[in-house]
Ligand binder design. Structure first.
Ligand code: UDP
Length: 491
C-alpha cells in the first residue's frame, strides 16, 4: 500500500492525520487526546467537528493554541434540521429520544461530501496521509479510498470488549436470540466468557439501524487497522486475540488521557465544568488522602430518579466522604426536591454534589480520592486505572458489562455493586436496579481497611505504574503512536 501524504517536517517524515470523532463525549474526548498526542509526536492534525461541538471544545482549542500544536479544526455544518432533528442537536447527548438515533446517524453520514470537498482543497497544501475515524463513521471509508490513503478505525473500546464485539457482530451471534436473558458463551474467546444477550454490545440496535450496522461492519473489515485506547501490558492476550480475529494491525496507543500533565488541561477536558474547579480542589485538599469516593456515570447513562435517591441514601449510610456527579437538574425535578429536602444538609460536611459536568480527570487525580464508583464506560475505566484507584462497577448498557468483567475478574481492581439488569440508553422508566444497602456495603468495603480492599488498592496502583510505563518514552503505546510505526505497517 502506498501513501498520498507525508511531507517533510523538521527533517523527518511527517504526516497529516484527519481525525473524525463521533459526536458523543465518550468518543470525542479520547480523540482530542489522540490529536494532542499525534501533534506532540510531530504530525499535523485536522480535527473534524461541527459548530456546537466546537463550542464545547473551547477549552481544548485554547490549550492547543497556547501550546502551538499543529492541530487545525475543520468545522462542518451539521445538517440537524435537514434530518428531522432539532436545530443544534449535534451531539448524541442532545438526542432526546431513542427513535431519533437513526436520524442522527444519517445526519453524520451527510458530512461525507463537505469533508471530501475540504480535503480535496487541502491536497495541494497539506495532503492527508491517514484518516482515523470512529467506527460509527463508516462513510469515511469512501473518502480514504478516493484519496488513496489508509483509514484506521477507532471504536473507543478496550481490547477485551473489542474482541467480544467483533466476535458477536461479525458472526451475527445475536440475530436469532429473542430472549434478552438468554445466556451466550462467546466462542473463540481466550478465556471462558458468558453473558446474557442484553449485556452484549450491539444489542442496543434501534429499528432501522440494521443497514447502518451492516455498513459499519463492512467498512471495519475494509479498514486498514484498528486503534484502541488501551495498552498492551494491560490485556495482552485479548489484544493479541483481537488482532488475530480481525486479521489486521491493532495499535494500542493508550492510555491517551495521560497526555494531560497538569490540572488546568485536565479540567478543560470535554465540556466546561459546571462548578468552580478551584473550589472543588480546595474541598479535596481538606480531605484525608484516599478517603473520598468519586461517583460518576459518564455522559449518557440515564439513571432513573428512584435509583438516584437510592444511591444517595446508600452513600449517606456508608458514612464515607464522597463527590457525586448527577445529571439531575430540571430533567428530574423530583431528585432536586429530594436533595433539597434534607439530604444535602445532612451530608454537607463530607459530601459534594456536582450537577452537570464534572472535571472528572482533575478529581480522579487528586490524592484525596480513594475509590471510583463508575458506570464502566471505557474512558472512565481507563482513567480510573491510570489514577490508580480501585473501582465499584455499576454498568448501565452497551459494552460497560464487559468492562466490568475486565476490571473485576481479570484485573481484580474492583468489586461489583451487583447490577442485575440493563438500563437502556434513553429509558428513564426502569425500576431500582441497586438497593441502598448494596451501595452502602460496596462503598464501606472498598473504602475500608479490610484485607480485600487493601489488595484491590495494591493491584490498582500496580496497573497505574504499568500504564505510565506504556505511555512514556519508549513504552509500547509511545512507540505505536509514531508515524513511522503506522507507515511501516503499510509498506
Ligand atoms: N466526563 C467528565 N465529566 C463528566 C462526565 C464525563 O469529564 O461529568 C468524561 C469522562 O472523564 C470520560 C468521558 O467523559 O472521559 C465519558 O466517557 P465514558 O466512556 O466513560 O462514558 P460515556 O459517557 O461514553 O458513557
Amino acid at each position: 500500500m502506498t501513501f498520498a501524504g507525508g511531507n517533510v517536517h523538521n527533517g523527518s517524515a511527517s504526516a497529516h492525520f484527519v481525525l473524525v470523532p463521533m459526536m458523543a463525549q465518550g468518543h470525542t474526548i479520547p480523540m482530542t487526546d489522540m490529536a494532542r498526542l499525534l501533534a506532540e509526536h510531530g504530525a499535523q492534525v485536522s480535527f473534524v467537528t461541527t459548530p456546537v461541538n466546537a463550542s464545547r471544545l473551547a477549552g481544548f482549542i485554547a490549550d492547543v493554541d497556547a501550546a502551538g500544536l499543529a492541530i487545525r479544526f475543520v468545522e462542518l455544518h451539521f445538517p440537524a434540521t435537514e434530518f428531522g432533528l432539532p436545530d443544534g442537536c449535534e451531539n448524541l447527548d442532545l438526542v432526546q429520544a431513542k427513535g431519533l438515533f437513526l436520524n442522527f446517524m444519517e445526519a453524520c453520514a451527510a458530512l461525507r461530501d463537505p469533508l471530501m470537498a475540504h480535503l480535496r482543497e487541502q491536497q495541494q497544501l497539506s495532503p492527508p496521509s491517514c484518516i482515523i475515524s470512529d467506527m460509527m463513521h463508516w462513510w469515511t471509508g469512501d473518502i480514504a479510498r478516493e484519496l488513496g490513503i489508509p483509514r484506521l478505525t477507532f471504536i473507543g473500546f478496550c481490547g477485551f470488549s473489542s474482541l467480544v464485539r467483533y466476535i458477536i457482530s461479525h458472526n451475527n451471534l445475536l440475530e436469532n436470540m429473542t430472549d434478552e436473558n438468554e445466556i451466550i458463551t462467546i466462542p473463540g474467546f481466550p478465556t471462558h466468557l458468558e453473558l446474557t444477550k442484553a449485556k452484549c454490545p450491539g444489542s442496543l440496535c434501534v429499528p432501522g439501524m440494521e443497514k447502518i450496522r451492516e455498513k459499519m461492519i463492512e467498512e471495519e473489515l475494509r479498514s486498514d487497522g484498528e486503534v484502541i485506547n488501551s495498552f498492551q501490558e494491560l490485556e495482552t492476550v485479548y489484544i493479541e486475540s483481537f488482532e488475530q480475529v480481525a486479521k489486521k494491525k491493532v495499535w494500542t496507543v493508550g492510555p491517551m488521557c495521560l497526555c494531560h500533565r497538569d490540572s488546568n488541561t485536565m479540567a478543560a477536558r470535554g465540556s466546561k465544568a459546571s462548578m468552580d474547579e478551584a473550589q472543588c480542589l480546595q474541598w479535596l485538599d481538606s480531605m484525608k488522602p484516599g478517603s473520598v469516593i468519586f461517583v460518576s456515570f459518564g455522559s449518557l447513562a440515564a439513571t432513573t430518579p428512584q435509583q438516584l435517591v437510592e444511591l444517595g441514601l446508600g452513600l449517606e449510610a456508608s458514612k464515607k466522604p464522597f463527590i457525586w456527579v448527577i445529571k439531575a437538574g430540571p430533567k428530574f425535578p423530583e431528585v432536586e426536591e429530594w436533595l433539597a429536602d434534607g439530604f444535602e444538609e445532612r451530608v454537607k460536611d463530607r459530601g459534594m454534589i456536582i450537577r452537570g459536568w464534572a472535571p472528572q480527570m482533575m478529581i480522579l487525580w487528586h490524592q484525596a480520592i480513594g475509590g471510583f464508583m463508575t458506570h464502566c464506560g471505557w474512558n472512565s475505566t481507563i482513567e480510573g486505572i491510570c489514577a490508580g484507584v480501585p473501582m465499584i462497577t455499576w454498568p448501565h448498557f452497551a459494552e460497560q458489562f464487559l468492562n466490568e468483567k475486565l476490571v473485576v475478574d481479570v484485573l481484580k481492581t474492583g468489586l461489583e455493586v451487583g447490577v442485575k439488569g440493563v438500563t437502556q440508553w434513553g429509558n428513564t422508566e426502569q425500576e431500582v436496579m441497586v438497593t441502598r444497602d448494596a451501595v452502602e456495603t460496596a462503598v464501606y468495603t472498598l473504602m475500608g481497611e479490610g484485607e480485600a480492599a487493601e489488595e484491590l488498592r495494591m493491584r490498582a496502583k500496580h496497573y497505574a505504574i504499568k500504564a505510565r510505563r506504556a505511555f512514556d518514552e519508549e513504552g509500547s503505546s509511545y512507540n505505536n503512536i509514531s508515524w513511522q510505526s503506522i507507515k511501516y505497517a503499510f509498506l
